[in-house]
Design a protein around this ligand. Structure first.
Ligand code: PLP
Length: 398
């Protein structure tokens, strides 16, 4: 009997009861806007920012409407203006070049290695071409951040980290988002905490924090931020910083606070599922598992593997066969952007140069979501199905 998986790759867990209760409290009192507080009340959004700042050890934190908004705001706060080149990963998702486009910047794409991290040799070669790097920790794979920073420091490049897939992750114990000048996170449903939409921006730089708070739309109520810089810093920038609204509200913040507290346990649960799948895929002929460096603490909310040097037709066949058995795989080599997958050369508003070695890697990257609603038995079954279908197509080609 052929096994079929019946679960949903897009079904996340429910919001914890504590979050539901907190959300209902906010709806009952009606003060959803972050600056709408009763005397003596501290808004949920403000508390959330304090708690996230403490969790990652940042001086300042701003909660915003999305991860994409956090990145665009970081770039704007750093002075990226129309026409400014910004280095970024070729292997990432559309919100990343989109954040650069939002401020009129021009992406300069940097290649990807077989570890699925940014190609540091390519970064070194392109370092002279921009003074900002929007570094995407795509699918949670962390590059050697010390080497990366030494390249960037030498070239005078400021690093903004896209931590949409690395909230709760770390490199040698340093939380992801704490090595660059600014760290940006997403709280969108498919990330590590879920408020539907939402994001964070963190930094230790008082002026960037003040600019970001003003940009997000603080109506001169910045003194209510407890994870923001002192008033004097705002005095320096408040007349020259526009309001480009993108605040978070108290309802989302209420939902998120208990989820942040649960993140370490959730990481453990994600990684149990990740390793269950990885174990089942290891040593499948024709399939390359991505080895995780020991310096990296990651959150296994998705898994990737390589079908190196496989013809596109054969990869499509694996995907079709897996789909018949209930497994949703995504292929980053597809010519047409489908669902969330897309390739740097499909963002036609951004110029790109051919990158043959990266193209060869992208052409073999297969990706799969691992929601926490999967049991460990589900994960073992998923791995068996992928293994069987990859092996069948591989054998037929041999
Ligand atoms: C989801 C995501 C973001 C941020 O997305 P929003 O939907 O704007 O919160 C940023 N980078 C990557 C790689 C993502 O997948």
């Amino acid at each position: 009997m052929t096994e079929v998986f019946k679960g949903s790759f897009t079904q996340q867990e429910p919001i914890p009861e504590e979050g539901i209760e907190a959300a209902v409290r906010v709806m009952r009192h009606g003060r959803l806007h972050r600056y709408n507080t009763a005397p003596g009340e501290i808004a949920e959004t403000v508390l959330l920012e304090e708690e996230f700042a403490a969790m990652v050890g940042a001086k300042y934190c701003l909660a915003v409407a999305s991860g994409g908004y956090a990145m665009a705001t970081a770039l704007r706060a750093l002075g990226v203006t129309p026409g400014t080149p910004v280095l970024t990963n070729a292997f990432t998702l559309a919100p990343v070049p989109g954040a650069i486009a939002a401020v009129g910047g021009v992406p300069v794409f940097v290649g990807v290695t077989e570890d699925l991290t940014i190609d540091l040799k390519d970064l070194e070669a392109k370092a002279g071409r921009a003074s900002v790097l929007l570094l995407s920790h795509m699918r949670g794979h962390l590059a050697d951040i010390e080497r990366l920073l030494s390249i960037c420091d030498r070239a005078g490049i400021t690093v903004v980290e896209d931590c949409a897939h690395t909230m709760g992750a770390a490199w040698k114990g340093v939380p992801s988002g704490r090595s660059g000048k600014v760290g940006c996170y997403s709280c969108q449903t498919y990330k590590h905490v879920n408020s539907g939409e939402g994001g964070f921006l963190i930094t230790d730089d008082a002026e960037i924090a003040a600019r970001a708070i003003m940009l997000s739309g603080s109506y001169m109520m910045y003194e209510r931020h407890r994870a923001g810089p002192p008033k004097e810093v705002f005095d320096l920038i408040k007349y020259e910083t526009p309001n480009i609204s993108g605040r978070m509200d108290n309802l989302r913040a209420a939902i998120l606070r208990p989820q942040l507290r649960a993140l370490p346990q959730q990481r453990t649960r994600w990684n149990q599922r990740y390793f269950e799948i990885e174990r089942g895929l290891r040593d499948t002929p024709g399939l390359t598992v991505i080895e995780r460096p020991e310096e990296e603490t990651f959150v296994g909310s998705s898994i990737q593997f390589l079908l190196k040097d496989w013809p596109g037709k054969a990869i499509e066949e694996v995907m079709a066969r897996a789909a018949l058995r209930g497994i949703e795989l995504k292929w980053f080599g597809a010519a047409e952007p489908t669902g969330f997958t897309s390739r740097y050369d499909s963002w036609r508003y951004a110029p790109s140069e051919p990158m043959p070695s990266s193209d060869a890697i992208l052409a073999g990257i297969v990706d799969m979501r691992v929601p926490l609603t999967f049991s460990l038995e589900d994960c073992a079954l998923i791995a068996r199905i992928i293994r069987a279908e990859v092996s069948a197509v591989h054998q037929a080609a041999a």
